[in-house]
Write a protein that binds this ligand. Structure first.
Ligand code: HEC
Length: 311
């Protein structure tokens, strides 16, 4: 225990609290990588959305969970890390590097005491972060501590490795459905996608739709998880607009007001829906003003390059 907290402190001081952390994603970017490219492009997701409506719902909930720091516990969550940090859009991440966790860029020690008190071992044994596309068809997962089924492996990643709380059942199921739906046959022709404002805004809309779907399904636990994920996504969006007044004021206010709706999800789902519709209109208005500022934001490659070269 004592060893873990000391390590976490050292880790937080050395890496996570560095001034560059204005953008969470910088915390795990190898200094040797083309950082501007890593911040403005991603490998394209190869998602074969299931045709069965129940499986499609689970996969879309799982997609939110995969990208959500609300899923993982401990230091990982506090620093904004999600499954997607390492498995970008379900692939690997050749630019991933955290001192003490990685060996070469693109590797991670998933038994590091930095992340986990239960799984930490004393050896540094980083392994390459695997691409999860087509992983659903495999019969053994992981090389360090192989597990025979995807459900068991994903559960152990969340709860043991990253010290997440036991997630709502639908969220855990969803994550498995999402990973199982990542298929090589569904890869788009273009292997890489730009990360622009409209993609981030589209992701917010998608997450909002999943929140409404969770309410329709009368699953307050799933709805609560999606709401917290949406809230964290607003924070990540704000990081891309350093200096924009909307990012300093309007987005945090939207986050606070969204957080205040949490009790309604369970106690008054109809009231929650009405309040969310009003909230959504405010979000859209804020997104409109942010869209105009994209050129000066960290969605813009040249602005990112200047930002990285800055003091
Ligand atoms: C810090 C980086 C990191 C994070 C965060 C992370 N993973 Fe991984 N993941 C890895 C590494 C490294 C391996 C390889 C482990 C091994 O070989 O034992 C792996 C392996 C896997 C595998 C097995 C793939 C295979 O082909 O055997 C699955 C499935 C997986 N991760 C899913 C997830 C999910 C779901 C999450 C979020 C809950 C997640 N990972 C978060 C780094 C990460």
């Amino acid at each position: 225990m004592a060893r873990t907290s000391l390590l976490s402190l050292a880790f937080a001081g050395a890496v996570i609290a560095a001034p560059a952390a204005a953008l969470d994603d910088l915390n795990w970017l190898s200094p040797d990588a083309d950082r501007a490219a890593a911040l403005t492009t991603a490998p394209a997701e190869c998602l074969a959305m299931p045709t069965d409506p129940e499986q499609a719902w689970l996969a879309s909930l799982g997609q939110v969970a995969f990208r959500s720091p609300a899923l993982l516990g401990g230091l990982a969550a506090r620093s904004g890390m999600s499954c997607d940090t390492c498995h970008r859009n379900g692939h690997g991440n050749p630019a991933f590097f955290i001192a003490g966790v990685s060996g070469a860029p693109g590797t991670a020690d998933v038994t590091s005491a930095i992340f986990s008190q239960t799984r930490g071992d004393d050896t540094v044994n980083p392994v390459p972060i695997p691409d999860l596309t087509d992983a659903g068809a495999k019969s053994s997962f992981g090389t360090m501590r192989p597990v025979g089924d995807l459900r068991g492996f994903v559960h152990s990643v969340m709860v043991d490795e990253f010290q997440g709380k036991e997630p709502a059942p639908a969220v855990a199921e969803g994550l498995v459905a999402y990973v199982a739906a990542l298929k090589r046959s569904a890869c788009p022709a273009e292997p890489s996608v730009p990360i622009r404002f409209r993609h981030a805004a589209g992701e917010l809309s998608g997450t909002y739709a999943v929140l409404l779907a969770a309410l329709d399904r009368r699953d307050p636990n799933a709805a609560d998880f999606v709401l917290r994920s949406l809230n964290l996504a607003l924070g990540r969006l704000a990081q891309r607009f350093p200096g924009a007044p909307e990012a300093a004021d309007a987005l945090p206010a939207l986050g606070r007001d969204l957080g205040a709706l949490r009790p309604l999800l369970r106690d008054d789902p109809d009231g929650a829906r009405r309040a969310l519709a009003a909230w959504r209109m405010r979000l859209d208005a804020t997104l409109k003003t942010l869209a105009v500022r994209e050129a000066g934001s960290l969605f813009d490659r040249r602005t990112v390059e200047r930002f990285l070269a800055g003091p």
